[in-house]
Design a protein around this ligand. Structure first.
Ligand code: 1HE
Length: 258
């Protein structure tokens, strides 16, 4: 499939997807969001994890402000719902996504980053929600996904005051879970995606589709859903094989780092 603002390449079981509109700091036009939708709807066979990164000096400058036209309230709602549909398709799609963040990760760019299942930040990344300063509100899912990572109070601070978080602050608060030097993010993202692609499919499915839902449930329903997910995952032949491998000394031990 040919895209104008995305570039996709496959390396074995890994797909590497580049936001490729660097002259506009990878700002998300409607056309680009439609391309993301089409991309995730038709990932090539054999792709088991995707690494998402941005071309140029920034991951993504958010909504393409040049398109923020004179929308009515109803049109604004429809536009936001369109982003929600596409971003939900990525979050609850077929394969885990590792986002590699550098430079500006702002507005809709942060919303897109939060859709990913894992975030690797380069130490030059910075995070903001400039919607507050632009006189608008987030519309790409930030008010649902950002508080789940860093809490509603921190998100409100970002929007009330225009506060910009550094990569180190993003790491400490939970926006990213890996922090690497500038230029090292893609290699780290690919390394992590390879590990993810190597997991049993039942494990990745449960992590993508069951865990975020369980985390929203009360204890009773959550524990029941966990039992259902656990029962299904352990019944898969791939799980049985891996457990047998360990018991017969072929499986890797858990090792202390370093
Ligand atoms: C853009 C956009 C954009 C850059 N839409 N064109 N997002 C924002 O409010 C962030 C706005 N952008 C910035 O603050 C800065 O551009 C950056 C910090 C991201 C990058 O700075 P820098 O110095 O590297 O680049 P630049 O010179 O500001 O921008 C280069 C070009 O990209 C320039 O166009 P040119 O034709 O003059 O070369 C900019 O106009 C263009 N550009 N960002 C359109 N966002 C579903 S709701 C989501 C709501 C939001 O995301 S609101 C937050 C929007």
């Amino acid at each position: 499939m040919k895209f104008k603002s995305l570039r996709f390449r496959q390396q074995g079981a890994i797909g590497i997807l580049l936001l490729n509109r660097p002259a506009k700091r990878n700002a998300l036009s409607d056309a680009m969001v439609a391309e993301l939708d089409a991309m995730f709807a038709s990932l090539p066979k054999g792709v088991k994890a995707v690494v998402l990164h941005g071309a140029g000096k920034h991951f993504c400058a958010g909504l393409d402000l040049a398109e923020l036209s004179d929308r009515s309230a109803a049109e604004g709602v429809a536009h936001s719902r369109m982003w929600h549909r596409v971003f939900d398709r990525i979050q609850f799609g077929d394969v885990p996504v590792v986002a590699v963040l550098h430079g500006a990760v702002v507005g809709g760019g942060l919303e897109l980053a939060c859709v990913a299942h894992l975030r690797v930040a380069e130490s030059n990344a910075f995070y903001a929600l400039p919607e507050g300063q632009r006189g608008i509100f987030v519309g790409g899912g930030a008010s649902v996904r950002v508080p789940r990572l860093i809490g509603a109070a921190r998100m409100a601070d970002m929007m009330f005051t225009g506060r910009v978080y550094s990569a180190e602050e993003g790491q400490a608060t939970g926006l990213s879970t890996y922090l690497v030097p500038p230029g090292k993010g893609l290699a780290k993202g690919i390394e992590l995606a390879r590990r993810i692609a190597d997991n049993a499919p039942g494990t990745n499915f449960a992590l993508m589709h069951a865990l975020p839902r369980i985390a929203e449930l009360g204890q009773d329903a959550g524990l029941l859903m966990e039992s259902l997910a656990a029962g299904i995952a352990q019944s898969e032949p791939e799980a049985k094989r891996r457990m047998k491998d360990f018991l017969e000394k072929r499986g890797a031990k858990v090792k202390r780092r370093g």
